[in-house]
Design a protein around this ligand. Sequence first.
Ligand SMILES: Nc1nc2c(ncn2[C@@H]2O[C@H](COP(=O)(O)OP(=O)(O)O)[C@@H](O)[C@H]2O)c(=O)[nH]1
Ligand SMILES: [Mg+2]
Length: 323
Amino acid sequence: MKPRSGFVTILGRANSGKSTLLNALVGSKIAIVTDKPQTTRTTIQGVVTLPAPKADRNRPGTRLPRRANQPAMQETAAQIVFLDTPGIQQPGSRLDRRMMKEVRAALAGRDLLLLLVDATQRFGAGDRAAVDRACGAGVSCFLLLNKIDRVAKATLLPLIDRCQKLHDFTEVIPISALKGDNLPLLLDRIVAHLPEGPFYFPPDHVTEQPMRFLAGEIVREKVIMQTRQELPYASSVMVGTFEDNPKLIHIAAEIFVEREGQKGILIGKRGEMLKRVGTLARQEIESILGKKVFLDLHVKVRDKWRDDSRFLQALDWRSMAGE
Ligand SMILES: Nc1nc2c(ncn2[C@@H]2O[C@H](COP(=O)(O)OP(=O)(O)O)[C@@H](O)[C@H]2O)c(=O)[nH]1
Ligand SMILES: [Mg+2]
């Protein structure tokens, strides 16, 4: 059988679990996850390559370790390029508008859409708006009811019913991105809906995002997790130095905030907060890279960076990757 390949966009409101799903499907952390909305600011790409089933497995180049998410019934080799998007929301700042532009761009020319809904929340106007936005595109759309590890079956069935009335979804699948429930089934259904076509990337390719971008994102994740109120939204991280030396990786990054007061909070009493952010980020980057890391963090004030298009451009991983 011929291989299948295609682009699959993950859409949904903030906090529905899009980035958690991307990481679970890819099998490694490539998108940061927090319990606060607006964590994902640009489209994050992750590639899943499923080797050909048994008969083809001895061909050189197709042998890959069996993954936890290997679909049960897979019949062909397949490569899925997933795109994780910022949450669908009403834009305010230039950053917000840029985020919604990312969502629209990620919608164009895709083979399949996955619309995530948080099944623990009341299904409201925001979800309906997300359905309208996602499903107007004339592309097959799966509705995924996420976080089923936290809902009773009795509430799930009426929710599935209501959603099926809203749009003619190609599939409605309850999942838990966090626990991995139904993800093998989801992969099966995705592969079944992809067109035949050659792989876009080598089989071991995971993402286009450069490591320096992920390092900055991990610092940002720790800032979001450790701070409250406006600071998570007012912070951005720019990695200046990323030097991979034989024994140690040297990373220097600047954390930008919008006001002096925010800088004070982020540094903390005697530098405690910044130290905690740095230690948590360093430990995680070390565990991903399997190497010692020296992480040098500085906090800078940059008024209204969220409305500065040149600054936003510089933060984007695609400019780092030289695109
Ligand atoms: N219980 C539960 N929590 C989840 C699940 N998926 C995501 N979450 C949590 O929901 C929050 C938002 O997740 P995230 O992936 O950042 O959502 P995004 O904004 O749509 O990308 C985080 O606290 C996740 O741990 C799930 O299947 N079950
Ligand atoms: Mg996200």
